[in-house]
Design a protein. Sequence first.
Length: 93
Amino acid sequence: MNEKYYCAMNGFAEEQMESELKVPVKDEFVEGAFCDLCYQAVQAARERMETYCGENTRIGEDVEIILANMQEIAHYQALKMFDYGVAYGAMQQ
């Protein structure tokens, strides 16, 4: 279940979904959203680094490795926080 929410928030879901609380789960990467603006800044920085270092360096590949692993960390933490929220909610009942 938590993977479904993560995918919806990150723009991977085919359609908008609602949480079990009947609250829409918003795609946080739609154009102009906070995550979209952050991602644009990251991509612009990557392009500048490649310009400074030249295209023949591995800087672009290294940046992609860094970004991919940071995304994996954020993904893992998001799913854990969801699990903790579910566990906390169950304790409150």
